[in-house]
Write a protein that binds this ligand. Structure first.
Ligand code: W29
Ligand code: MN
Ligand code: MN
Ligand code: MN
Length: 256
C-alpha cells in the first residue's frame, strides 16, 4: 500500500508519542528498577495522552512494553525482576494514536556496562542508521538488509534471522517483511508512501535464537549478548522520514 500525505501526518503523531515514552523512561532505567514498574510508567503515560498500546491484547500479550535484557533478543516480558549494574536493556513500545501505529525501541545501559557490551550497542545503532540511509525510492529491501548485515559482520557480530521488521500503519503488522540481511538490488523495490519498521537484532556471538517456556521470550542459543534498535519510517520522494525520532535528540546511549 502507498500512503497519502494525511497518513504521514497520522504516523508523525503516533511516532512522536512512542518516542516520548522512551524519552520518559530514560532516567528510570537504573540498577534495582523493576521492569513491571517501567511497564506501568509507560502504560500511564500512553493513557494520559489519550492513546492506546498496540501490544496489550495483541496475540494474548498483556503489557505496554517488551523489555529484553542482555542475552534476551526480543519479546522479554516485564516482571518483578530487578535490573542490575552492567545490564544492557532494550525497551520496545508500540502506541496507537487515532488508529495510526508508532513502533520503536532503544537500548539503555544500566550503571557501568562492559566495553564489549557498549560496542555491541554502538554497532547495532549504526546498523539501524545504515539501513535507514539505504531506505529511499529506487533502492530495494535487499539494499537495506545488505547494509545492516555487512556492517554487523564487519565487526564480527551476527544478525538474527528469526525476527523481521514489518509494514505498519493503521495495522501493527503488514507487508513487507523487512529482513535484516540481503543482497544489493534484490527484493521489494522501495517507493514513496511505503511505511515500515527497521528493527535489527545483533548478537555478539552466533545468530541462533531459542524461545523460553513462556512462549514469548527469545534468547540467544549461545547466551551471548544481543542488542536491538527500531524505528518506524516512511519512504518519501527523496529518502525516508523517521516517524519515531526522539524529540529531545536521544539516539543511542549513554544518554546525557
Ligand atoms: C509483544 C508484542 C509482540 C507479540 C508478538 S510479536 C510482538 C512484537 C514486539 C515488538 C515489535 O517491534 C513487533 O513488531 C512485534
Ligand atoms: Mn517494536
Ligand atoms: Mn516492530
Ligand atoms: Mn537484548
Amino acid at each position: 500500500r502507498l500512503h497519502t500525505p494525511a497518513a504521514f501526518e497520522g504516523m508523525r503523531k503516533a511516532g512522536l508519542l512512542a518516542a516520548q515514552v522512551l524519552d520518559m523512561l530514560t532516567h528510570h532505567v537504573v540498577p534495582d528498577a523493576v521492569t513491571l514498574d517501567l511497564d506501568k510508567l509507560a502504560y500511564d503515560f500512553v493513557r494520559a495522552a489519550g492513546a492506546d498500546s498496540a501490544t496489550i491484547f495483541y496475540r494474548g500479550y498483556s503489557h505496554s512494553l517488551c523489555i529484553s535484557v542482555n542475552h534476551v533478543v526480543c519479546h522479554g516480558i516485564p516482571s518483578a525482576r530487578k535490573l542490575k549494574d552492567g545490564d544492557i536493556v532494550n525497551i520496545d513500545v508500540t502506541v496507537v494514536v487515532d488508529g495510526w501505529h508508532g513502533d520503536t525501541s532503544r537500548m539503555y545501559l544500566v550503571g557501568d556496562v562492559s566495553l564489549k557490551a557498549r560496542k555491541l550497542v554502538e554497532v547495532t545503532y549504526e546498523c539501524l542508521e545504515r539501513g535507514i540511509e539505504m531506505a529511499r525510492p529506487g533502492n530495494t529491501l535487499g539494499d537495506v538488509g545488505h547494509a545492516i548485515q555487512s556492517h554487523a559482520e564487519k565487526h564480527r557480530m551476527s544478525v538474527v534471522r528469526d525476527f523481521c521488521g514489518h509494514g505498519l500503519g493503521r495495522v501493527f503488522h503488514d507487508a513487507p517483511n523487512v529482513v535484516h540481511l540481503g543482497k544489493p538490488g534484490k527484493g521489494v523495490l522501495l517507493r514513496p508512501g511505503m511505511f515500515f519498521t527497521i528493527e535489527p537484532m545483533i548478537n555478539l556471538g552466533r545468530p541462533e535464537v531459542k524461545l523460553l517456556e513462556d512462549g514469548w521470550t527469545a534468547v540467544t542459543r549461545d547466551r551471548s549478548l544481543s542488542a536491538q534498535f527500531e524505528h518506524s519510517i516512511g519512504i518519501t520522494e527523496t529518502g525516508a522520514e523517521i516517524f519515531t525520532a526522539s524529540p529531545t535528540g536521544l539516539k543511542a546511549p549513554p544518554y546525557a
